[in-house]
Design a protein around this ligand. Sequence first.
Ligand SMILES: Cc1cc2nc3c(=O)[nH]c(=O)nc-3n(C[C@H](O)[C@H](O)[C@H](O)COP(=O)(O)O)c2cc1C
Length: 734
Amino acid sequence: ATGAQEPAPVPAPVAQEPHPAQPVGQFLPVDGGQVPTTPHLAPTPPEAVLVPPEAAPEPEPFAAAPVAEEAVAPVPASREADPELVQSVDDLDTRGADEDDHGAEAAEAAEETADATEAPAVDPASQEALAPQDALAPQEAPHDGSSAGAAEAPQPVGPAAPAYDDAERAAVLKVMRERRDIRNGFRSDPIPHEVLLRVLEAAHTAPSVGHSQPWDFVVIRSADTRRAMHELATRQRDAYAKSLPKGRAKQFKELKIEAILDTPVNIVVTADPTRGGRHTLGRHTQPQMAPYSSALAVENLWLAARAEGLGVGWVSFFDEREMVRALGLPEHLDVVAYLCVGYVDEFPDEPELMQAGWSKRRPLSWVVHEETYGRRALPGEAPHDLLAETVAQIRPLDAKALGEAWERQKRMTKPAGALGMLEIISAQLSGLSRQCPPPIPEPAAVAVFAGDHGVHAQGVTPWPQEVTAQMVANFLGGGAVCNAFATQVGAEVCVVDVGVATDLPATPGLLPRKVRAGTSDMTTGTAMTREEAKQAIEVGIETARDLVAAGNKALLTGEMGIANTTASAALISVFTGADPAEVTGRGTGINDETLARKTEVVRRALELHQPDPADPIGVLAAIGGFEHAAMVGLLLGGASLRTPVILDGVSAGAAALVARAIAPEVLAACIAGHRSAEPGHVAALNKLGLRPLVDLDLRLGEGTGALLALPMVQSTARAMHEVATFDSAGVTEK
Ligand SMILES: Cc1cc2nc3c(=O)[nH]c(=O)nc-3n(C[C@H](O)[C@H](O)[C@H](O)COP(=O)(O)O)c2cc1C
């Protein structure tokens, strides 16, 4: 017995004209009622599995605090008064449409999430038993914003110092909100001395370590000096441009990154790390406190300048030592900032990099943690569970945008359906983004999750385990196949250590997110604990968030882990119900004897754990890998941010099965990049109802198949933008 059960029957994908024999991408039910008829959309996948709130790693000291009471606590008042300052998940424009169409639904989901993350109905006695007896644990923290140690703190005597009145506070918050980094639209009007003086005085009132006031301000007006600085910056700009993946380089070309020549005044802000002598209070353990202090002076200057109607642009495209020499600065100084200052035509509402699609603002709710890192909660709110929150934000394809996409495809100057599967992908991109035409998914990034596997000990592959770490070094050095393919298609390679057995040195491009140094052997126990599985999923969600906030418009799955096709086969067996012999493959190219052993290993693991597909996290923990779990997170995270995720091979297929069991609508974001030579992958794709774009017997992993598919996905979106319609081109229809 494999222990594999059907979560629910999935009807076979409905064939579609003009190739009735071929399976088509299976879509989810759509939001908004009317489902377009051609190509036909397949019916609902299995029911969502409720993500059970994990047993809290620490007690929920806030459980007793009634939420309703918190809601009326005075804390959020100022947030209401200044809604623009509150960044929430809503800030990402991926969610904009929710507000119009699904506000109530979203609120309901948020409520559910909050409910789910509230302490489950646990016997307080047993909760206590679970509590780590850690002095740092937030045992006593009340939920009203008051200090946990209030009992020991001196009792307040008399009234607190007065706050600013409403108008004053509004002015302070307004200047922070409306401060912008400016690179365009400077004017040549001179800056009166008294104005510049006020701005410099503001800078000079900044806080500093040990009150060392390490800053100096060099005010540059000379055209010659500015020209020399401009040349230095241009050289660095060119070097940076060369280092970018093609997808990014195109965008960067459009960006202006400095206004050295366009502004009447440039200001160099330095930090003197020796000022204040040897015993500067607070600097002895952290020498970087000196430049930090100067950076605060920059912020003061920036805000005061905004209040004066002066724009400031910070240029950091310099080799610092080169600049020190060129400006004749004392060698012991650090240059903290080079600022271009002048009057401007206007201050944009949003950062220019956001307007250019280079980045997105991260919501405040992503970055505020209550007591311990990872326990995210805004003041006055209960901590939220990252996985549950992510699942709650996943929505089906939008019916309106989907309908518009089909209509547009019909009107484009080509026979209807002539782009076959690509028409379906373009409609999916529209439904996902809620825009028609959909955004072109560029730039794109492949996240290569690396992890090791305890089951390696069972002799399932001839490759030694160290190869995982060695290949990670190869990815980072740019020497792997995925690097070559990524360069070709202009994508970024992001390498994530989610569970490599050995310690990896810090290297640019490597995200150190190790949950544990390799899983345990699934034939003798669970590969990981439930908590670890969830942690690895969260690594994937966070990676999706980071890559999307950094401006990527498509995510690709990649993975590296010697022995991971064994775990993939086990996962696929559970979720498809196929016998291990049908879904266990040769991976890197093993011989018959090793294949027989590998199949037996999968069978033994399934017999031992009897994994229940209705408990996807339990399945992952029993027989999965850290990289599988992280890919599950990437898929869920991508879907929650309405960003397409192109799946690579068999391990991604296994992860997609797990993700679908957690949140069926995750498939709205999934595109099958390719079909690998592994038999398990075919079983997974059939079960998912996804039709692969590339079918070339690849069996490498690393994201290579997904990378090859990326230009197809981008092409179909571009066609929606650029192909003329019969009306616009005056072409006669059939
Ligand atoms: C330390 C630092 C260095 C920066 N260097 C540059 C730079 O070299 N070129 C540039 O165009 N913008 C630079 N910026 C500006 C940022 O791009 C800008 O602050 C960010 O996009 C947010 O936009 P906002 O300041 O308008 O809110 C820098 C900002 C900081 C804080």
